[in-house]
Write a protein that binds this ligand. Structure first.
Ligand code: PEP
Ligand code: MG
Length: 589
């Protein structure tokens, strides 16, 4: 039994599929003279298979997701076909008698060393693409002793990886993935976000797991306490299969509430809206009963795009989301890049000492005014389309730290609207402008900020990491980066009160909105709008139906007297077991 950080709740049992086996188990065999030709031929076959697979993926993803998301596969195919890449592999097979797999491993090492020497972030990032291609090629080179990916993937699979790569994240939809375990990563990693949006139990930060698990092993993912069990005995296996069935049943039961209003036991209406990355999630959100989109993270459009998406491409992407969310309000957040997410073409040319406190998000958008204007124009135009079909677009700005930034952003929006008017292009006539509250400075001076905005959305993922000075992606400090830490609760209460007093609309769109313990406290503080991964909406709706304002306030009063995070967590676990015992499977430690 091993312990990591639970990033998506539930219990799952399945066959391990280790994506990064190549990095754990490098091939040390040397070829005999008479094996070289056959090895080169296997490499060619693997290359053809990988190319065919990439083309098929390109096709499928372009049709089902969109051309920008599919572009990554074309880029990977060109790496695969790159002459220098292939020549190196061939030379090492012929001269050094390496197996093709070992040659690929050496090639990746070489690129990694080479790329780390450069200061150019664009080039640095490309090593992930090379790695992606190497993994793909080596799965096609796997010997018969190892189950072929496709045969393993025909049953329930637990994906075990160092971290899921962007291209794998896009394609997971085709597999019967029951659980995800990653060595790296945390609440906000690619793997975590995709797992939550699909309702798949997932655990991150399992350092060293790939050395202890091989493809074909049976794995249990128990995301209630962040535990992973490798090759359980028969008794354990059947106990966990029972829990897994319970989890499925609960999900089914809860999903049936999709058409019911989100209402507390004492009749208070709540707004449960969705965090999405694109049209696929928007459809999932509607299916789960979301009444709107509280956070559309537009950066995925950029992260999966080889160059700057132009205005038209952005407009189409936003329009797709609007069409997937009929008669709803869609809150589009402008590009939130930097920190952990870098986009090469935006000039991340040197490594920052403190990227999360550096040149990220709105700060970066300000330094690229033309590029930012393109996004503003695309959103404003999409807003016109929304009005046309009976929906509404709101525009939200991340990482607002100072009042001047709000004023500046408003003047940029006005300028973009003016330009569109001059060009006689339709744009939204009443797009509400809001700020994300995720920096402690903004939380402290919220009263000064409120008159300048139409709405506020608390980005608690960042707010917590900045308040606690604990990196949200670093498992070593995850004990500090806790949304239920007493100082965090005090700040949240302060912000919620200030917004209530001003009458401005307030949402919370960080991960805690979908966590039962936090949900109860936030409701008691006065929050009425919660934005979360679509998969959490049914369970939070069910939780809401168990709450009354008075009982939640009682719990809050006691929670606010507790002085340690562990104390709050213990207390809230007890309270939750009392308030909604049916949801115990979804309560995460
Ligand atoms: C947040 O910070 O809480 C948030 C919702 O934004 P992101 O997770 O994209 O930084
Ligand atoms: Mg944030």
């Amino acid at each position: 039994m091993r312990k990591g950080i639970s990033v998506s709740p539930g219990v799952a049992v399945g066959t391990a599929y280790c994506i990064h086996e190549i990095f754990v188990d490098p091939d040390t065999k040397r070829l005999e003279d008479n094996e070289v030709t056959a090895e080169l031929a296997s490499y060619e076959t693997a290359r053809d298979k990988a190319a065919a697979e990439l083309r098929a993926l390109h096709h499928k993803v372009a049709a089902q997701v969109g051309a920008p998301e599919a572009a990554i596969f074309a880029a990977h195919e060109s790496i695969l076909r790159d002459a220098a890449f292939t020549n190196k592999v061939r030379t090492w097979v012929v001269n050094d008698r390496l197996t093709a797999k070992a040659a690929l491993h050496r090639l990746l090492d070489e690129y990694t060393i080479l790329f780390t020497k450069t200061n150019d972030e664009y080039i640095k990032e490309r090593v992930n693409d090379v790695r992606d291609v190497v993994i793909r090629l080596s799965t096609h080179l796997s010997d018969v002793a190892k189950p072929e990916a496709t045969s393993v993937l025909s049953g329930p699979v637990i994906v075990v990886a160092d971290e899921l790569l962007p291209s794998q994240v896009v394609t997971l939809g085709g597999l019967e993935v029951r659980g995800i375990v990653t060595q790296a990563g945390s609440q906000t990693s690619h793997a975590a976000i995709i797992a939550r949006s699909r309702g798949i139990p997932a655990i991150s930060g399992m350092r060293g797991i790939l050395s202890h698990v091989k493809t074909g092993d049976t794995i249990v993912v128990d995301a209630r306490g962040g535990h992973v069990l490798v090759n359980p005995d028969a008794e354990q296996r059947s106990a966990y299969l029972k829990l897994e069935r319970e989890f499925f049943l609960l999900k089914d039961q809860l999903a049936a509430n999709r058409d019911q209003p989100a209402r507390t036991q004492d009749g208070i209406d709540l707004e449960l809206v969705a965090n999405i990355n694109g049209a696929i999630d928007a459809r999932a959100a509607v299916a789960m009963g979301a009444s709107g989109v509280g956070l559309f993270r537009t950066e995925y459009l950029y992260l999966t795009h080889p160059d700057v998406p132009d205005e038209e491409e952005q407009y189409i992407a936003y329009k797709e989301v609007i069409d997937a969310s009929p008669n709803r309000t869609i809150t589009i957040r402008t590009l939130d890049i930097g920190g952990d997410k870098t986009v090469p073409y935006l000039g991340h040319t040197h490594q920052e000492a403190n990227p999360f406190m550096g040149w990220r998000s709105i700060r970066l958008s300000f330094e690229h005014p033309e590029f930012f204007a393109t996004q503003l124009r695309a959103v404003l135009r999409a807003a016109a389309h929304a009005e046309h079909v009976g929906s509404r677009v709101r525009l939200m700005f991340p990482m607002i730290t100072a009042l001047e930034e709000i004023r500046k952003v408003k003047s940029m929006v006005n300028k973009a609207a003016q330009q569109l008017r001059q060009e006689q292009k339709a744009f939204g006539s009443d797009v509400k402008l809001g700020m994300m509250l995720e920096v402690p400075a903004a939380a402290i001076s919220i009263k000064d900020m409120l008159p300048e905005v139409d709405f506020v959305s608390i980005g608690s993922n960042d707010l917590v990491q900045y308040l606690m000075a604990a990196d949200r992606d670093n498992p070593k400090v995850s004990h500090l980066c806790q949304p239920l830490a007493p100082p965090v609760l005090k700040v949240l209460s302060h912000v919620i009160k200030a917004c209530q007093k001003s009458g401005k609309s307030l949402t919370l769109c960080g991960e805690m909105a979908g966590q039962p313990r936090a949900f109860v406290l936030l409701f008691a503080m006065g929050l009425r709008s919660f934005s979360m991964s679509p998969a959490f909406i049914p369970s939070m709706k069910d939780l809401a139906a168990h709450l009354t304002l008075e009982s939640a306030r009682q719990v809050l009063r006691k929670a606010m007297t507790l002085r340690t995070t562990a104390g709050v967590n213990r207390y809230m676990a007890e309270q939750l077991a009392r308030i909604a015992p049916n949801l115990r499977m979804l309560d995460v430690d």
